[in-house]
Design a protein around this ligand. Structure first.
Ligand code: PMP
Length: 334
């Protein structure tokens, strides 16, 4: 990788490295590449959406110096927004379900965001974190609602950033791309961006259990089955960011499969990742097997595992959720 300098923190967002994942490549019999989004300043893929959303609001004259950004988020978008807001002189109010990781809450507070925790609720409930954030934005003078789910500045970050980066890093030879969807900005944006370079690139949805998109793309019906503890992914509706997403095929991946890849990538390749990354890698292996030997697949390594030390990397938490405990954590005698 080349050395780089940047004129500002915001210029450190994007241009993330791409790493060849040895174990997944061997398992699929093809090349599986992981885009290292944990290398962004806020340690997740959501820094990109945060930057594009803030820039877009500035360009449209919605944000004035000293203004406020309000958002409902599973955490990572809030962290990205708080960083961008600090760098541009805005205040941030973040509404988050209280079920999200402790580390994300602590990080948001450390960054100076005002944190509003709400009980987890279905989207149809007015108390849902997204609706609460919209109301707070309406009630706050000089505030902008980032609205990551339905603000397509989110997916534009991936059409203009992630997709061209992947195309260049893989020197114009990429057979397939897959990832899971939270807002759908990454999946739709990278999908659209790559199809613009080469319409033959296969774009696949990797859906966790408990999400409705697998059935939507497979059978035209928004229906969820099962459950997942993965944070930041699992969508039950077609957000504006997902509208027109060029999805060719889809896979449904269990938490157990995702956790197995998280464990293998950590032990065998020294990568410490969150569960959505493990689920993405499992999806990439499934896509690689479908596209066949010699194909070249890319996926997203969404965020760092350091964000989940009290959950995914905690044997008590895993046991309480009925999930397998990593053998080296079980050894600690917990
Ligand atoms: N993984 C994690 C850990 C996330 O926080 C998010 C964002 N919600 C995603 C994946 C999915 O990204 P997107 O919103 O672009 O679908």
């Amino acid at each position: 990788m080349t050395n780089r300098t940047a004129p500002s923190t915001l210029d450190l967002i994007g241009n993330t490295p791409l790493v060849l994942l040895r174990g997944p490549s061997e398992a699929a019999g093809c090349e599986i590449w992981g885009k290292c989004e944990f290398a962004n300043p806020g340690a997740s893929v959501k820094d990109r959406a945060a930057l594009w959303i803030v820039r877009d609001a500035e360009e449209r004259g919605l944000l004035q110096p000293g203004g406020t950004i309000v958002e409902g988020t599973a955490g990572n978008t809030g962290i990205g927004l708080a960083l961008v807001a600090n760098a541009r002189g805005y205040r941030t109010i973040i509404v988050m379900p209280e079920t999200q990781s402790r580390e994300k809450m602590d990080t948001l507070r450390a960054l100076g965001a005002e944190l509003v925790l709400v009980p987890a609720a279905p989207f149809s409930n007015p108390g849902h974190f997204v609706h609460t954030s919209r109301r707070l934005a309406d009630e706050t003078e000089g505030a902008v609602w980032a609205n990551q789910f339905d603000n397509t500045a989110n997916r534009k970050a991936h059409i203009e950033g992630t997709a061209p980066e992947l195309w260049e890093q893989l020197e114009g030879r990429i057979d397939g791309f897959t990832c899971a969807a939270g807002t759908g900005g990454t999946l739709a944006g990278v999908g659209m961006g790559l199809k613009a370079f080469d319409p033959r690139v296969t774009i696949a949805l990797t859906d966790p259990h408990g999400a409705a998109l697998y059935n939507y793309f497979a059978h035209g019906e928004l229906r969820a089955e099962g459950n997942s503890v993965a944070e930041g992914i699992g969508q039950g509706r077609i957000t504006a960011n997902l509208e027109g997403a060029p999805i060719d095929t889809q896979f449904r991946i269990s938490d157990e499969e995702g956790i197995e890849w998280v464990a293998r990538l950590l032990q065998e390749e020294g990568l410490c990742l969150g569960l959505s990354s493990g689920i993405n890698v499992a999806g990439a292996v499934a896509l690689g097997r479908q596209l066949g030997k010699g194909s070249r697949i890319a996926t997203i390594l969404c965020d760092t595992g350091f964000r989940y030390l009290s959950s995914l990397y905690n044997p008590d938490w895993l046991r309480a959720k009925g999930l397998p405990v990593f053998p080296w954590l079980a050894r600690e005698g917990a």
